[in-house]
Design a binder for this molecule. Structure first.
Ligand SMILES: [Zn+2]
Ligand SMILES: [Zn+2]
Length: 202
């Protein structure tokens, strides 16, 4: 079957009835443009700030639809060094096999085999293949554990707290271990308070 190119108006749900009734080996290709408003519904754990742009390819084979998705979006994150919010580019590559749950000819439920089949990969009784859950998981997995606003983010001065990306300070930070810096801040604060009864500050 010749691949057909569709451009969808930004949905993660695809009716695959046509593909399922066609011969094995049939394919569909889609350009994907998923707006931020739809991506934002996926998970409260991340804040999507750019539409998802990419493409999807479906291949009907061996009682499954092999789904290949490739594309890019961006998520707002807080830099682990300077704590500024920035846009983290997110590249997504998905390769999953989706499974029909209903025989298209008879309308009868199909044995999906494994009882603990991943529900995210089931094509529903209306022949809708939904990429939402797989895309949600892929975005979560793609986010860095220690986000950096830029590879060379200078972070904070451990002594005065200045954001060194935006300003310079005159602190001698070369010899200061961050743990000692925290202690020195503590001591400084302590010094400003009145001496206690033990006269530690006299
Ligand atoms: Zn930073
Ligand atoms: Zn400083």
């Amino acid at each position: 079957m010749v691949s057909t190119k569709h451009t969808l108006p930004g949905s993660l749900q695809f009716n695959v009835a046509g593909l399922l009734t066609g011969p094995k080996g049939g394919t569909r290709s889609y350009e994907l443009y998923i707006p931020v408003s739809e991506l934002d519904q996926l998970d409260d754990a991340f804040d999507v700030v750019a539409p998802f742009r990419g493409n999807a390819r479906f291949l009907w084979t061996n009682e499954r639809i092999l789904v290949l998705v490739s594309g890019d979006t961006a998520v707002a994150m807080q830099c682990s060094r300077c704590l500024e919010t920035f846009e983290q580019p997110v590249h997504i590559e998905i390769e999953e096999a989706f499974i029909p749950t209903v025989d298209l000819a008879t309308g009868q439920p199909l044995q999906t085999g494994d009882e603990d089949e991943d529900e995210a990969l089931l094509i529903d009784e209306h022949h809708i293949l939904n990429l939402s859950e797989i895309l949600r998981q892929s975005i979560l997995l793609a986010l860095p554990m220690t986000p950096l606003c830029r590879p060379d983010c200078k972070g904070f001065c451990p002594v005065c707290g200045a954001n060194l990306n935006n300003e310079t300070c005159t602190c001698d930070v070369e010899d200061v271990d961050p743990r000692w810096a925290a202690l020195s801040l503590f001591l400084e604060k302590d010094r400003d308070e009145p001496a206690d009864n033990n006269g530690r500050h006299s």
